[in-house]
Design a protein around this ligand. Structure first.
Ligand code: HEC
Length: 190
């Protein structure tokens, strides 16, 4: 029955020209054209043009690596804005698996019993160089996929900066807080 339907669909297709997008006048790559002075269809990008897939910035910011390996410091200026951007991106792309506090408590973790997303507050991950976390986000790690397509390098650094703030905020000692924050925290703890 299905085999008999297929030619019927094709026959209908011919009458109602479904291919009009394919059969329109257009040039193909590498063809000649009188439209431009050099007679070529393909245009040379203007000097200084950067491919959309490669945003501008020094190699250290793009790759998270220096001559010794993974960057030991965040190579962009950490501002409040950057951390807030990181918080926003973390909420969208990391929270579903690593949990809002980064402690690995999430619905996904609950169901991924074999190898759940780890707590990002784990001493081993706290001790990771910023460049290593940047690389983990960009390349993925084990079961975790790459988030390079969703997070350009600038956003990856923002997430790294926020994760640092999150790690600092979780399990901080009362005595380590600045005085005003300490007073506020004491009120919360009562
Ligand atoms: C779909 C679930 C999922 C999402 C979303 C996710 N991760 Fe992961 N992540 C995992 C899993 C699972 C592992 C452990 C992988 C393994 O051991 O094979 C992991 C591991 C890690 C590690 C530890 C790597 C190591 O060397 O041990 C870091 C750091 C990390 N993730 C950070 C992030 C950050 C930052 C984001 C957001 C940009 C994120 N993850 C988003 C599932 C996820």
């Amino acid at each position: 029955m299905r085999a008999a339907l297929v030619p019927l669909v094709f026959a209908l297709g011919c009458d109602t020209d479904f291919e009009r997008m394919i059969h329109q006048p257009r040039y193909r790559a590498y063809q000649a054209t009188p439209a431009f002075e050099d007679g070529m269809v393909m245009r040379t990008p203007p000097p200084g043009a950067i491919a959309r897939s490669r945003s501008a910035g020094p190699p250290l910011v793009q790759t998270g690596k220096d001559e010794h390996g993974d960057a030991q410091r965040i190579p962009v200026t950490v501002t409040r804005e950057l951390v807030l951007r990181g918080q926003d991106r973390f909420a969208v792309f990391c929270t579903p698996c690593h949990g809002p506090l980064g402690d690995g408590k999430s619905e996904v973790a609950r169901r991924m019993t074999l190898r759940p997303p780890p707590s990002l507050l784990d001493p081993r991950i706290r001790g990771m160089a910023p460049g290593t976390i940047f690389r983990t986000i960009g390349e993925g790690y084990g079961l975790m996929r790459s988030y390079a397509a969703q997070l350009p390098p600038s956003d990856r650094w923002a997430v790294v900066a926020y994760l640092r703030a999150l790690q600092l905020s979780q399990g901080v000692k009362l005595s380590e807080l600045p005085p005003e924050t300490r007073e506020e925290a004491k009120r919360w703890l009562q």
